[in-house]
Write a new protein. Structure first.
Length: 364
């Protein structure tokens, strides 16, 4: 179901007592509070409260739902994800997530800077994190809220950028001893909250992990360095395979969890996830940090929305230019046809005039 190299699944038997215990644990971790209690706590810091007041109503509600113990943090947004998956603090979490996606055990060594990218700052991203793995390979993990235009072409550019940056860095480190053997695989992992239509065809209704790499049609085995993984989170939520108990589904269930019931089901199926839920619940007692995270997520989302609109307008403009060019070509072709017909008509009129002149000459 997932891919041919899927790592060994973690199997846990789920029982009703486990579920009851999980619900009780979640209720203890995320105690219920009223809206007034949450706002009263927030007002203790006037500047933080003013920041909250400037948010759109949707974001105010989402913040309060977390603080009231009704919903989880939205982990697909960059600030929240990086708080709970920071490899400097939780080195095993990001390693296990990436391992479950690419189907082989890896260890995240460090986060790499994105400043030396040759690509312009990309839009539409909820999350963008680049890491170097222990064997020297590089993984770029992204979460997209909306399916941007030309996803395949963009992913190719991201992968090429990663590979070139690795080449520059490794060659700089190795100097005269550098060989192409020193280069390692680069993994481009894109998770979509709302996946492209290509991921939603009838024959892919329950498939949410897609793996791609370049292969030769003759079957020759040349090791190329670029691999791609697309994770359709929206398809995962509805897939009949999402209830299977395995490592990949554990992490995707965490990323897509919204309600307390979702978290209770998560730790019922995967008791080891309770530690992450506990870390998440700690932010209930640090509302200032939560406000900062929501503000950063909102800022990035606003930028993404503007950039998406720009991309869509450019697309509409290009389509309009193409349509106009086709119309102009059709008009030019029609004008050429009319000109040709006029020339033919002129020739015939000239021939008629010549014949009339001959006839007049004979009748004299």
């Amino acid at each position: 179901m997932y891919n041919e190299n899927e790592i060994e699944n973690t199997t846990i038997t789920s029982t009703e007592p486990n579920k009851s215990s999980a619900i009780k644990n979640i209720q203890q971790l995320f105690p219920s509070r009223t809206k007034d209690e949450c706002l009263l706590e927030l007002k203790k810091n006037p500047s933080v409260y003013r920041t909250y007041l400037n948010w759109p109503d949707k974001w105010k509600s989402r913040f309060l739902e977390f603080m009231e113990g009704k919903k989880s943090l939205p982990l697909t947004y960059d600030p929240f994800f990086k708080k709970l998956f920071n490899p400097d603090i939780y080195p095993e979490r990001l390693s296990r997530l990436i391992s479950s996606i690419i189907g082989t055990n890896v260890i995240v060594k460090c986060i790499l800077s994105n400043e030396d990218s040759m690509l312009p700052s990309t839009s539409l991203l909820l999350l963008d994190i680049i890491v170097q793995l222990e064997d020297g390979s590089i993984a770029n993990v992204e979460i997209q809220k909306i399916p941007y235009t030309f996803p395949g072409k963009r992913m190719s550019c991201y992968s090429a950028d990663l590979l070139l940056r690795q080449y520059t860095r490794v060659k700089g480190e190795k100097g005269s001893t550098f060989t192409y053997q020193d280069l390692k695989t680069v993994y481009t992992i894109v998770m979509f909250e709302n996946s492209p239509n290509e991921c939603k065809t009838a024959d892919l209704a329950d498939i949410y992990l897609h793996h791609g790499k370049t292969a030769f049609d003759t079957g020759i085995n040349l090791r190329l360095l670029q691999e791609y993984y697309v994770v359709a989170l929206d398809v995962f939520r509805k897939s009949k395979y999402s209830k299977d108990i395995n490592e990949l589904n554990a992490w995707l269930s965490l990323l897509t969890a919204t309600t307390m019931d979702d978290l209770a089901a998560l730790i019922s199926d995967y008791p080891w996830m309770e530690t992450i839920c506990t870390d998440m619940s700690e932010y209930l007692y640090h509302p200032e940090e939560v406000v900062t995270m929501f503000s950063e997520a909102l800022r990035k989302l606003d930028e993404n929305t503007v950039n998406y609109m720009i991309d869509e307008l450019k697309k509409e403009r290009d389509e309009a230019v193409t349509a106009l060019a086709k119309k102009n070509a059709a008009l030019a072709e029609r004008d050429a046809t009319v000109s040709e017909m006029n020339a033919t008509l002129s020739e015939k009129n000239a021939e008629i005039a010549r014949l009339k002149a001959q006839l007049a000459e004979r009748n004299k």
